[in-house]
Design a protein around this ligand. Structure first.
Ligand SMILES: Cc1cc2nc3c(=O)[nH]c(=O)nc-3n(C[C@H](O)[C@H](O)[C@H](O)COP(=O)(O)O)c2cc1C
Length: 210
């Protein structure tokens, strides 16, 4: 039995296109993997530790191979709980809106918490950086108001998908299947219906063999 963690990153809930497509994905996934567990992490409904003070000092203590103080160990516990919840999963679904060409700040906060030396990546002068999240894969469902395509060069502006590939690859998740929902705002209602239909079809196809 596998555990699938759905990291839901839009605050728009029933109006969210990325959540809508993620739900279609998970519905199909459940048909084909009935005994797997689906866990949802709503990033807007989760209190994440601030990455400052004793928490940040803990990170630097780890990086510099120093002992943590009692207060740092206490603060670090909150980070470890978020990381272990993340690492408990075998597969990941990220659904996210594009915000200002990138990802929403709440999702960035989540990555700033879980991407830690010795937990999700390692560094040594001999080997450089190595991702520690091995043998796991992800589906990344990106919604955006406009369209970002290679034909007109606007793909250059898409930091959302680029960042997701970069950051997941950094921690070792290199098998990343993308689903792009675009444009969600720029077209007429018929065009939006067509965009959603295509994305949902893609989601069902990927879900079957995910
Ligand atoms: C704060 C904010 C910033 C946004 N920035 C962009 C942007 O840079 N490019 C774009 O194409 N759409 C942008 N949008 C539109 C959203 O990407 C679009 O509405 C998308 O469907 C949101 O995903 P969701 O439906 O899952 O919430 C932005 C929306 C908000 C609220």
């Amino acid at each position: 039995m596998s555990t699938v963690l759905h990291i839901e990153s839009s605050p728009r809930k029933i109006r969210s296109r990325s959540i809508k497509v993620a739900r279609v994905f998970l519905q199909e996934y459940t048909k084909y993997h009935p005994s797997d567990e689906i866990v949802t992490l709503d990033i807007w409904d989760t209190v994440l530790p601030e990455v400052n003070g004793d928490t940040l000092d803990s990170k630097y203590a780890i990086l510099h191979g120093k002992e943590k103080t009692v207060k740092q160990i206490e603060a670090w516990g909150a980070v470890e709980r978020v990381i272990s919840h993340f690492l408990d999963a075998d597969k990941y679904i990220f659904s996210l809106p594009m915000w200002n060409f990138g990802i929403p700040y709440k999702l960035k906060h989540f990555f700033d918490v879980i991407i830690q030396p010795g937990y999700t990546f390692s560094f040594s002068p001999e080997e450089g950086y190595k991702g520690l999240v091995k043998s796991k894969h992800a589906c990344v469902i990106c919604a955006r108001g406009g369209s970002y395509t290679s034909e007109d060069g606007s793909q250059e502006l898409d930091v959302q998908q680029k960042y997701m590939n970069l950051i997941l690859g950094f921690i070792g998740i290199t098998d990343v299947r993308p689903i792009i929902i675009q444009p969600t705002l720029a077209g007429d209602p018929e065009q939006l219906e067509q965009v959603l239909k295509l994305a949902e079809e893609e989601a069902r196809t990927i879900a079957r063999e995910f």
